[in-house]
Ligand binder design. Sequence first.
Ligand SMILES: *Cc1c(COP(=O)(O)O)cnc(C)c1O
Length: 460
Amino acid sequence: MPTPRILPSIDQLRQRPGICALEAEYGPSAVLSALRAVAGTLRQELAGPAPPVEDRQQAALAIEQRAARQLEQAFAPSLVPVINATGVIVHTNLGRAPLAPAAARRVADMAAGYTNLEYDLTEGQRGSRSVHAEQLLAQVTGAPASAVVNNNAAAVLLTLAALASGREAIVSRGELVEIGGGFRIPDVMRQSGADVREVGTTNKTRTADYAAAISDRTAVILRVHPSNFRIEGFTERPALDELVALGRRFEIPVVEDLGSGNLLMPPEEAGIGEPLVAASVAAGVSICCFSGDKLLGGPQAGIIVGDQDLVSRIRRHPLMRALRVDKMTYAALEATLLEYARGRAKTTIPVARMLHTTAEAIGRRARALVDGLAGHPLFESDVVVGVSTVGGGGAPGSAIATRLARLTPTDRSASGLESRLRRLRTPVIARIEDNRVLLDLRTVLPEQDEQLIESLRTLA
Ligand SMILES: *Cc1c(COP(=O)(O)O)cnc(C)c1O
């Protein structure tokens, strides 16, 4: 196809200040590819029935504008911040726990430079990365030794691989659960190389069932906290003390997958229902595994705490090399644990603070939001009562009283409004109920309230 005479050459285009600016921002090679692609499309359009431009000047401008759009899209990061207005505190799809400001600062401090990640500054030689969080974990859980891996699924896999591969792990049929995201306890157990020795029934398992299954092939007794479901009615599960006593009698370690990593609240408080890590350690559980980014409120991580000897075996297992975490995770975890050690986690760790904020305090913020949106062309808004949830596979039915800003669309459907919120520059993720959009400020960081009002105002 001959080049239409009005199409400028690439060299001519590169003389334009606008294209120079694009080259400065995106680099000459990406700009060149974009110019070629956009000019190619324009060439076809010029040969068609409705040419979009009439002279060389217009053609150059069109190419510049189209290339700018194309480059902007191509260079936009895929991972972006969002405002969580769902009221689900540990929202797995939204990246679970927002870090405490102190933890975020610590990550930034460590990220761009070298660190003593695996270097012993006293001895001037190679050290172990596991030392970094160990002292703080001992302080907040009471367990002498620890290891940190990529997530809790990895923690359970590694623990079983190190302690029970080729032997048996006894587990109750009532705890062979699926946590979500395809994490099924029986599958993970098999992947570890352990033989799954199921005992009891779905609803009732007694200490005697575990005792009857113990043989010289038994390596561990596994206890799993059934995070996201509850069996009600005719049920039985041994007390942790009984299981620990049984393990001691036969010298078999009890391994507990706690799921959430509650370091702070008695389980009955605020309807959380998540066991305290320190309580399991104190009860004599040999190894506890839990997530860093659920109730603990830190970075994605799987934390293994327990007996020195067993943790040493876990650390020496070859899988440890594949599942270990980087300096950023240690930085965030240490800074998060420090807030617990200082006794101020309830106010400084976002997850903990969100859990403890009263419905009245949320209501005042919701009222300010609604007042700031008065007269909006797209919706009417008011404040109503509702519930927030913990989320993150935790605590079924955990409902925390809250106040919601309720947006009632005047001419659009709630799903239309909800999707426009999602497409804001900083996307706002909301719930829909009864053809209304509900915003729960419990999970919105207070410093984002103003930004939320501003960006809702820009919708028109
Ligand atoms: C969430 C959970 C896991 C998985 O933890 P991740 O950190 O998401 O890998 C494992 N076990 C239990 C009981 C859980 O609740």
